[in-house]
Design a protein around this ligand. Structure first.
Ligand code: BMA
Length: 858
């Protein structure tokens, strides 16, 4: 074997010509002399290319989105020239596209070589003969308008009803990012172009696929990697190729073996890894990553090497019948994980502008925020490799939707065929990532059936009937996708939809996952009761907040429009009824205002409170027999500068809710709250007494001891209205919730006061929580006397009276250890700032009741 046991990093002898430069483009029907414009680089999108050559105004500014509408209604042509490659005539030459957006006709030297209609598909075209015939080869790609094609295809299928949330329903006919047609957080920008890399590959043989099925023994002492390489070769290469497999950790080979490929070009082998180093989610351990390489060779000559990076972990979706119905949570390497995290949308309307560094920066944000899971939502894209790489490296588990969202999708034969190819290609690309925790069939398509009164007979198990019914796509979610997922990645759990409930209504709280939108949408419940509205796993819930002032200024062109309800600010909020809903939650809870910066703070405070009430309560329920298995906020990010449900805005500026979430998801967190009283029910009187409860949640795997304290502090005076309670050496249950104390508030004899809890572990203060009389608007906040002293890279924060939601400025380049804090007298809080340089002005800050003008920096 000696001949082919080459070092692991031997470059493959496949030769590659990168085709990222040398392109030009034009509007297809433009026959003028100056029609062609240069393209800076491929991958690209036509909007960015038009921006680059000055033919489009930035659609993210002002009302420019409407000025960009025409772009999506035209056809666009891209062209380049490829020189004849200098290879032997027997060498196979392939033109490889990783993705074309979307209706593409590809011509080489005038001859049609590919027609494509699915953005999510890669393509490989054998051009061996065609490309050798000429010294210069013309490659031209014409993209039809997806907007017009969608209409056309829809019209061809009168048998289907095309119903959806988030119009237009035409989008359902096309395999393309559904949010390109606009969404309730994003502009209508129907892109087109070569949105993924394109290259020429020249080779005799290559590994076309590498599947790695990893088994970990019950005692976690042995991992076995079952590796299968599929090999493609030209006719001149002998079939009996040798395949050398190596597994490396930190550059060292930990397992190696080889075999001969069979007649069908398959090489399959089992590689043991004794004492495996296990991959764990953020906060639960390390993320060691092994590299598996395979090199194929003939007669001692290596032909191609490829590799995958893997993590060793066992993942289970635990669904046991229990006291609350059926559980729904994840277990990784035997450890039950409460999945606090976020939902993810495409992070730029122009996908090709997101660099690997920007992906990494987004995922990095989740780490200090104690988040464990991110859900790639079904109305966007199967994300870029660098997104999953970052999740692998940082321990963020991925809930991956298949790309269907909020619709009643058609199932005509051609689209089913395309979906099948799309799923195989994308699962093969993604399945080796240890971050991948679950594949889900779609986003809210079962809800569309329920809410639009379309039929769905769960008990009818005959697939053929599904295809003839009002809900043909049930065939996709309950037959096609599970079949393909099982064949391609049986180690990743499959779930038919987000949400789905085993045939019960998708909002059933006893089974499956749930999108809880009765706060904000639906019944517009008070957020104080968020916890009581949850299910077994809350894969969506949210509250809108304005973005940072600098983000607003990036798109508002005139100073006179810098007020909360200006036309341009409304335009940069795509949510249905957003004025009424933001107003409702503001008016119910706080004294509203008109100054823009103070208003931003109020909307952000409301979001912060709402999400805190949700997360805090659901994490508490985790300890109650895994009643709630996780909560994913809608949404982490934005695709343009906008007001939305995001907790971090387009420019990666954190909103206050980001910090509140981090606190309630900390490894050890204390929680305190009084019973909810609905103040706006007709004739409601304040109850004479209100019960309160104090608890601690812990994600440690062993029991720990903690000291806990509760103070009762008058909102008006800052004085303690009764002696504090202190409890020492409390035993905190592992990976669960511990009830610590309870009591009653006497609303008749006691003035309005907060309950302020703190917790120490091994003498170190590790957490705080405060509970406030609700609603906040009834409280008086005179003379808080807040002080923020900058001491080195720390801000020391004190107040003489209780302070609600003290938020620091989010300055470019600065990173805060905390913000959106409640401050209690005699409890100095220290917030660390990274990135503030000597001589920089201190960060400004504000808090509830600071006044119309809002911000301070004393
Ligand atoms: C959910 C999502 C999205 C939407 C969000 C806010 O239902 O799945 O479709 O953007 O709500 O309305």
């Amino acid at each position: 074997m000696g001949d082919i046991s080459m070092p692991p990093n031997t470059p493959s002898i496949m030769e590659v010509i990168d085709l990222s430069t040398g392109w030009s483009f034009k509007q297809t029907d433009d026959i003028g002399d100056n029609a062609w414009n240069p393209v800076k680089k491929i991958p690209s999108t036509v909007h960015q290319d038009l921006l680059d050559c000055g033919r489009l105004e930035n659609p993210f500014i002002g009302f420019n989105e409407t000025k960009a509408e025409w772009v999506g209604q035209k056809s666009w042509t891209y062209r380049t020239t490829i020189a004849r490659p200098d290879v032997s005539p027997k060498t196979k030459v392939v033109l490889a596209f990783d993705g074309l957006d979307t209706f593409a006709h590809v011509r080489l030297n005038g001859k049609l070589i590919l027609e494509s209609d699915n953005m999510f598909l890669p393509h490989r075209i054998d051009v061996t003969e065609a490309i050798q015939a000429r010294s210069d080869n013309d490659l031209e790609i014409e993209f039809d308008s997806a907007f017009l094609k969608a209409r056309e295809i829809r019209a061809q299928h009168p048998e289907h009803r095309f119903l959806c949330f988030n119009d237009p329903p035409d989008r359902l006919a096309v395999r393309k990012a559904q949010c390109h047609w606009g969404w309730d957080w994003g502009p209508i920008l129907i892109c087109a172009g070569i949105w993924k890399p394109v290259r020429i590959e020249m080779y005799h043989a290559r590994v076309s696929d590498l599947k790695l099925d990893i088994n970990i023994s019950d005692d976690y002492q042995l991992a076995t990697v079952h590796a299968t390489a599929e090999i493609e070769r030209d006719s001149s290469t002998p079939p009996q190729l040798l395949a050398q497999f190596n597994i490396l950790l930190d550059g060292k080979v930990v397992s190696a073996s080889h075999c001969v490929a069979d007649q069908d070009g398959k090489a399959s082998i089992k590689l043991p890894i004794p004492s495996p180093e296990l991959w764990m989610p953020n906060g639960y351990g390390k993320q060691p990553l092994y590299t598996v390489t395979v090199t194929i060779a003939t007669e001692g000559m290596p032909l191609h090497t490829t590799s995958r990076r893997v993590g060793l972990r066992k993942i289970e979706l635990v669904q046991d019948d229990d006291a609350h119905g059926k559980s729904f949570y994840f277990r990784v390497n035997g450890v039950d994980i409460f999945c606090g995290g976020s939902c993810w949308i495409p992070t730029d309307s122009f996908l090709t502008n997101v660099t690997p560094e920007r992906y990494r920066a987004w995922i990095e944000l989740m780490v200090p925020a104690n988040q464990k899971m991110i859900r790639v939502w079904g109305g966007g894209i199967y994300e870029d490799d660098s997104f999953y790489d970052a999740c692998d490296e940082l321990g963020i588990m991925v809930w991956q939707d298949y790309m269907f969202a909020c619709g009643n999708y058609p199932c005509f034969p051609a689209i089913l065929e395309s979906i099948e190819a799309e799923v195989i290609a994308n699962v093969r690309r993604l399945r080796h990532h240890p971050c991948l925790a679950i594949f889900a069939g779609n986003n809210e398509d079962y809800q569309v059936q329920e809410q639009l009164n379309l039929t769905y007979d769960y008990d009818d198990k005959d697939e053929k009937n599904w295809l003839k019914s009002d809900f043909p796509a049930r065939y996709i979610y309950e037959s096609l996708l599970p079949r393909l997922s099982k064949a391609e990645a049986p180690w990743i759990p499959y779930w038919p939809g987000s949400p789905w409930s085993h045939g019960k209504k998708s909002f059933d709280p006893t089974v499956g996952d749930m999108h809880q939108w009765n706060v904000w949408h639906g019944k517009q419940e008070k957020y104080q009761i968020f916890d009581s509205l949850g299910g077994r796993f809350n894969s969506e819930f949210g509250m809108e907040a304005f973005p940072h002032i600098a983000t607003i200024k990036s798109f508002v062109e005139k100073d006179e429009d810098l007020y909360p309800q200006s036309h341009v600010l409304d335009f940069h909020n795509k949510a249905d009824g957003h004025e009424r809903r933001i107003a409702t939650y503001l008016v119910e809870n706080v004294r509203t205002c008109t100054d823009l910066e103070a208003y931003i703070h109020l909307t952000q405070l409301i979001q912060c409170e709402a999400l805190m009430f949700g997360y805090r309560g659901w994490r508490k329920q985790w300890g109650d027999g895994r009643h709630c298995g996780g909560a994913l906020v809608w949404q982490l990010n934005d695709c343009w500068p906008t007001t939305s449900w995001s907790i971090v805005d387009y420019y990666l500026r954190r909103k206050p809710a980001y910090y509140a979430m981090a606190r309630v998801l900390a490894p050890v967190a204390v929680g305190i709250r009084r019973a909810h009283h609905d103040w706006s029910v007709t004739h409601a009187r304040e109850p004479q007494t209100q019960a309160w409860e104090l608890w601690v949640v812990s994600s440690h795997q062993e029991e720990i001891a903690a000291d806990v304290e509760v103070k009762f502090v008058s909102v008006r005076t800052g004085r303690e209205i009764k002696p504090k309670i202190t409890m020492q050496g409390i035993r905190i249950a592992p990976n669960g919730t511990t009830h610590v104390s309870d009591g009653h508030i006497d609303n008749v004899h006691q003035e309005p006061h907060i309950l302020a809890a703190r917790i120490w572990v091994n003498g170190k203060l590790v957490g705080r929580d405060t509970d406030w009389p609700q609603p906040l608007k009834y409280l008086q906040f005179p003379e808080r006397n807040v002080k923020v002293d900058l001491v080195g890279d720390e801000m020391h924060v004190t107040a003489e009276r209780p302070v609600k939601c003290l938020v620091f400025e989010e300055r470019e380049g600065c990173h805060l250890s905390d913000s959106a804090i409640d401050v209690v007298p005699n409890d100095k809080q220290i917030v660390k700032v990274r990135g503030l340089r000597d001589g920089d002005p201190p960060l400004t800050w504000t808090y509830l009741g600071a006044g119309e003008q809002g911000t301070h920096a004393d």
